[in-house]
Design a protein. Structure first.
Length: 217
């Protein structure tokens, strides 16, 4: 089963992708992970990506697509699992079209698209209460996952802070970009694929069971 998961920042898309992958024994292909992995491995692409990220620029589409193509085509991983869930790509209609071209070369198709729907107010509320450890990057939440000692990381004792990305004004900007760029992907997919919408405001476990039910497993 090959899936694409879409959702706004803060919708829980990454968490759900990981849970569905685990449950269905399929690969979780996250563009964030692919980029970090490439940088960590120090491959040619990794070095290029590290430079771009250090300069605070966006990694070009063709670089991300190449990483995905390599991952999809990986014979060893293909032999081990029966499908994948793509998380973090495509973000734009152009990327969606490029992905279709890649899938032609791997002989695969997207079986279903999962869209996690979430009200922007809920997103802002969720993300602005998130705190991140400056040292180990552990993530906390002021309501649902508070550190034992206020302002200190449980894991390493580091300082926990509100990331620039999680400030309400930054979130609003990210949501604007998302609406402008990613909602066209949804319209495009609605024409060609089966799109399942789920309510992202429900608890994590409920959202996972709903997705599992919708994709028929
Ligand atoms: Zn820490």
């Amino acid at each position: 089963m090959n899936l694409v998961i879409l959702g706004a920042p803060g919708s829980g898309k990454g968490t759900q992708a990981a849970r569905i992958a685990e449950r269905e024994k399929i690969r979780h292909i996250s563009t964030g992970d692919l980029l970090r992995e490439a940088v960590a491995k120090g491959t040619a692409v990794g070095k290029q990506v590290a430079g771009i990220m250090a300069a605070g620029q966006l990694v070009p589409d063709d670089v991300v697509l190449e990483l995905i193509r390599e991952k999809l085509a990986d014979a060893e991983e293909r032999a081990k699992t029966n499908g994948w869930i793509l998380d973090g790509y495509p973000r734009t209609a152009r990327q969606a079209e490029a992905l279709e071209e890649v899938l032609k070369t791997t002989g695969e198709t997207i079986d279903a698209v999962i869209y996690i729907d979430l009200d922007p107010d809920v997103v802002v509320n969720r993300l602005s209460k998130r705190r991140t450890c400056v040292a180990c990057k552990a993530v906390y939440h002021l309501v649902s996952n508070r550190p034992a000692i206020q302002g200190k990381c449980d894991a390493c004792g580091g300082e926990i802070v509100l990331r620039e990305d999680d400030k309400p004004e930054t979130i609003m900007k990210r949501l604007e970009v998302y609406k402008k760029e990613t909602l066209p992907v949804l319209s495009l997919y609605e024409k060609h694929h089966k799109v399942h919408r789920v309510d992202g405001s429900k608890p994590i476990e409920e959202v996972t069971s709903e997705i599992a039910g919708l994709i028929g497993v």
